[in-house]
Design a protein. Sequence first.
Length: 499
Amino acid sequence: MGARLFVALGIGGLVLGVLPPEPAHSTGARLTAVAAASWQTDASVLGLAVANGKVYVGGRFTTVRPPGAPPGTREVTRTYLAAFDERTGALDAAMNHDLNGFVWAVVASPDGSRVYVGGDFTRVDGLVRNRLAAFDTATGRLVANIAPRVSYRVKALAIGGTSLYFGGSFGLVNGVTRNRAAAISTVTGALLPWNPDADDDVYAIDVADDNSRVYLGGTFATLRGRSRWAVASVNTTIGVLLPFPAASAVPLPSSTCVSRVKDIETSGSRVFFADAGDGRGCFDGTWAADVATGKLLWKSNCLGATEALAMVDGWLFKGSHAHSCPGTFADGSGTHFLLLQNPATGALGPWFPNTNGGPPTLVGPLVAAGGGSDLWVGGDFTEVNGAGQQGLTRFTNFGPGAAPLRPAVPTLSRPAIGQVRATVRASLDNDDVRLTYRLLRGTANTVVDTTRVSSAFWYRPNVTLTDTTAPSRSTQAYRIEVSDGHHVVRGGYAMVTVR
């Protein structure tokens, strides 16, 4: 991965935003497209958080297994919750608890000292924990005073100051009415007055970095009796609605389209939203708003439900099953489950690893979490970059990254005396878009022409190089070499008799 500070590339449909400066061994997003070794799960991962050098993973799984192990082999019991070393990916032996129901959400305290989990469980290690629990990251033990009685599923968690905000499908907390959204004190565990009163499920929740407001997303149509379809901004004290003009990004439901907010990610002065829609062409994309004003900053209309967002080293990760993104790739380019977006514009970044969608009807990535400059992704996929890897994967900035595809044998022509022209389809590199191509002559591999061309999985133009010093009336062999600054890959030879 060579140096690549690109400025608004717009070539043949390839549109990428301005990329930040980069150190060695990194893409503009400082992630390689080569998945690092990580353990796997036997079923879906639904919640992720990074804290105190570990990644905490929750979901539907009951066992985990090492990298490369096929399903059913080398399995270790972990009932709906596990932890792994953030740096090595190794299983954390101390974090081993018995929960009696799925974990849907995991969040870490800002100082990394605790992780909170929410879901369907009512017992942890035999102790009563009704759908919400907390663990000390230093010891792995349950936190005694975090034990609210939540009446039904907790699906989303967020922390702001000393408040833990949570959303889901419940109607009561500690016997008090709290329709689908509530908050407790992280200090005492007591129920707080915050009460947005949603009329339907809350799927996502997050708090502005300045603790000025809380964002909610889901399938609700009203909050506190006022119309607010699928997304809202409320205050942090009692849940009063705040002005949020960007909510217009989510279309109102109709007989042909129901779009709902599945994830929210706040970062500095911006907040980002992920939508999933039911109905052909229904809004499935991402959008961004200004925290202070609530105004819409940009809206990306990629199709293919977006399930997960995470900020990683200045870039916005999205987990979806994108199959059509206006301005970049259209239907027919295949489904892409892992993408990066420029948070300033929504334009796609130069990072194109992929997963599958898992068994039939499953969607692939469902949740993501960043730990500085690494990215953990969980879901119901069973493959990453074409290799078996179930439920969980991670990407880091270690190593040289992905290598370009081997270029094809070039097509040669003779446009003039002493000239040979070579044409080949552009290569593809999953973490570089601008590659260097060289035309090599003979077994000595003499470089006779060089060019740089941009490409991506949806745009692979022809690359043309010309030898203007070819010995007339001789027979020569030519091949193409492609480089990303770290890898050099050469194709096969083609022969031609020079004019």
